[in-house]
Design a protein around this ligand. Structure first.
Ligand code: ATP
Length: 220
């Protein structure tokens, strides 16, 4: 059976989730209180409905109980986002992902039991800032408040040198956990093999140490 999703709120964020899930072949119930938004998704989602999800009866009538994973992408109306999430929780939805508008909203959503709270503008801003620090930083992922993972292209600075020679752990306190070479990911990279300029190092560490490592790459 195909996995079932529902996306509530078809703004830029919810709309692109709905589009991508549909393109990947999943069943998506697209919901928005505005007719124009719903019309945009009539030919994209499996079902598109006009509804105000702050009304519990409406949610029941939509059969939302049968949906495995609901994404709440209501942004500006924080009250509607919180109310919708509480009701989805009460209806027993197994997985609820909610977009938070600010840190306060995020805290409330975590308290009421949202399974996954996303903060796309803030997270994208952070990732972009790390890419800006150095052309070699390809991606940045926050693991916790204090730890992150970065993907770094070896580039000129590291090409021709081995992990032993670079000794990133001693110099910066971070660990290289894997090396990507084209489509291959080597999770136990040989410490004395020479790196190629196109190799991508996956580095994990405390933010403070990752920061020092990133800055050391800045003038590459
Ligand atoms: P974007 O993803 O475009 O940045 P945003 O964060 O500005 O969106 P809004 O535009 O406030 O978010 O909300 C996204 C969508 O959610 C809108 O299309 C809006 O009509 C819809 N929406 C808001 N409240 C409700 C509700 N109670 N029930 C259903 N849909 C709602």
């Amino acid at each position: 059976m195909k996995r079932e999703f529902a996306v509530i709120g078809l703004g830029r964020f919810g709309g692109s989730i709905c589009m991508e899930l549909s393109r990947e072949g999943f069943n998506v119930l697209a919901i928005d209180m505005e007719e124009d938004k719903v019309n945009e998704f009539r030919n994209i989602a499996s079902h598109a409905v006009i509804a105000d999800t702050t009304d519990e009866q409406v949610l029941k009538e939509l059969g939302i109980r049968n949906i495995e994973h609901v994404i709440v992408a209501i942004g500006e109306n924080i009250q509607a986002s919180i109310l919708t999430t509480i009701m989805l929780k009460e209806l027993g939805i197994k997985k609820i992902t909610v977009k938070a508008q600010n840190d306060y909203h995020e805290k409330v959503l975590n308290k009421i039991g949202a399974d996954h709270v996303v903060h796309p503008e803030r997270d994208m801003g952070k990732r972009l800032a790390h890419k800006i620090i150095s052309n070699n930083i390809l991606d940045y992922l926050e693991l916790s408040d204090e730890h992150s993972i970065v993907e770094v292209q070896a580039g000129k600075k590291m090409a021709g040198r081995s992990l032993i020679a670079l000794d990133i752990r001693a110099a910066y306190g971070c660990n290289v956990v894997a090396i990507k070479q084209g489509n291959e990911i080597n999770v136990s990279p040989s410490p004395d093999a020479e790196l190629g300029a196109d190799d991508i190092l996956i580095v994990i560490g405390a933010d403070r140490d990752i920061g020092r490592f990133e800055r050391s790459l800045a003038d590459d």
